[in-house]
Design a protein around this ligand. Structure first.
Ligand code: ADP
Ligand code: ASP
Ligand code: MG
Length: 408
């Protein structure tokens, strides 16, 4: 019997009816001869609701108590799904993260999974049960509840699949696979039959919120075949694996975007060795992660330095930078938190020149100004004004003919 780990996201278990529907699907999958371990998210909107409650009570809710609160969302769905399965005459056992035991480090609100104890799961499977595990949570070695960061149920599922050496990890969601870009923004987006871990990792890191980044890292590290499919419609979904598909040798696999960043510039800083670390050192000391960085060539022995941070860190970073500017005798600090980043991703880029110029030309034709650019072997990212995000994504999708099976 093949062991399969399936994960159902918030929308898939968003109502009592949906949970009953998922239970029916699980029974059908079990009848096909599979051993099933099922990971569920909180009902859709529930984690946001809990965050909202915490915000009403505390200016900066975080840490241990926030995890105690947020983990309750998933505890509700594991119990309801198990009850729904019992109702259909199938034995099921639900486990919270600490009951399994999914051991994590003690970084509350974005903990990392260290180890999974699979003994109880194997024992239950041997009895023919369906095992239902709460996503997004674990516990540290002192027994404190931890959570894995938003979207973390994907990572629970992949980590379980790796630990249990499952044949496949199936992520059931509200779209029927990974598309060339978010189909909510570009209705012409096309579903990909297959995509490599490497490309999926870039897509996720650059903003495609279909899978949590950590889940793709895990899948790639432990070589767990990962499949994204719909819990609403039938179909094979998108398979994410190590091999590059022979069928689809597109230059660009997809377009990712995000509105999560903000940009800061320090103008007229004295241009001497060590300046970058003098600017970014205090930012790092505040635990603020920096993404893109540009230092202009100096003139009149001064230079300008621009970088991006997560939008949540914008105000904090601006304060730090203002202090640095005074200390260094820089002319001015400016910032913009209404920016967006669009990225083209594809392993085919490695061997092809000219992608960047087509990208810049396309944006220019729409009069979209590019304020920052960054490239790596398999991606090109640009920062633009947030207002033009959707227009930019749509025109690039069209220019690279991503809606067609044999794109440019
Ligand atoms: P779940 O609640 O099941 O975890 P998510 O909302 O986290 O679901 O992820 C599914 C959503 O991801 C889709 O509804 C879609 O809008 C979005 N998405 C973003 N980029 C893509 C993409 N490239 N392909 C498919 N879906 C995408
Ligand atoms: N419920 C959590 C969230 O909304 C985890 C998840 O759904 O993956 O972020
Ligand atoms: Mg998700």
């Amino acid at each position: 019997m093949a062991l399969i780990v399936q994960k159902y996201g918030g929308t898939s278990v968003g109502t009592v009816e949906r949970i009953q529907e998922v239970a029916k699907q699980l029974v059908a999958h079990q009848k096909q001869g599979h051993d099933l371990v099922v990971v569920v998210s909180a009902m859709s909107g529930e984690t946001n609701r809990l965050v909202g409650l915490a915000n009403e009570i505390n200016d900066h809710p975080r840490g241990r108590e926030l995890d105690v609160l947020l983990s309750t969302g998933e505890q509700v769905t594991i119990a309801l799904l198990s009850l729904a399965l019992e109702q259909l005459g199938v034995h099921a056992t639900s486990y919270t993260g600490s009951q399994v035991r999914i051991l994590t480090d003690n970084t509350h609100n974005k903990a990392r999974i260290m180890e999974i104890d699979d003994a109880k799961i194997h024992a239950d499977l041997a009895k023919g049960k369906i095992v239902v595990v709460a996503g997004f949570q674990g516990c540290d070695d002192n027994g404190n509840i931890t959570t894995l960061g938003r979207g973390g149920s994907d990572t629970t599922a992949v980590a379980l699949a790796a630990a249990l050496k499952a044949k496949e990890c199936q992520i059931y969601t509200d779209v029927d696979g990974v598309y060339t870009t978010d189909p909510r923004v570009v209705p012409e987006a096309r579903r990909l039959d297959q995509i490599t871990f490497e490309e999926m990792l870039e897509m996720a890191s650059l903003g495609a919120k279909i899978l949590q980044i950590r889940s793709v890292e895990f899948a790639s590290k432990y070589n767990v075949p990962l499949r994204v499919l719909s819990s609403f419609t039938e179909g094979g979904g998108t398979l994410i694996t190590a091999e590059e598909s022979k069928m689809e040798q597109a230059l660009i696999s997809g377009i990712a975007f995000n509105r999560d960043e903000a940009k800061l510039t320090i103008l007229g800083v004295p241009d001497h060795p060590g300046i970058a670390s003098q600017i970014l050192g205090p930012v790092a000391a505040e635990n603020i992660e920096v993404d893109m960085i540009i230092q202009n060539t100096g003139h009149d022995s001064t230079t300008d330095f621009t970088f991006t941070v997560h939008r949540n860190d914008y105000t904090n970073a601006l304060n730090v930078l203002q202090k640095t500017a005074t200390e260094l005798g820089a002319r001015e600090v400016t910032g913009d938190d209404k920016i967006a980043k669009i990225s083209l991703v594809g392993v085919g880029m490695r061997s092809h020149a000219g992608i960047a110029s087509t990208m810049f030309e396309t944006l220019a034709q729409e009069s979209i100004n590019i304020s920052m650019i960054s490239t790596s072997e398999i991606k090109i990212s640009v920062v633009i004004d947030e207002k033009y995000l959707e227009l930019g994504v749509r025109s690039l999708h069209k220019a690279f003919e991503l809606d067609q099976l044999d794109p440019k």
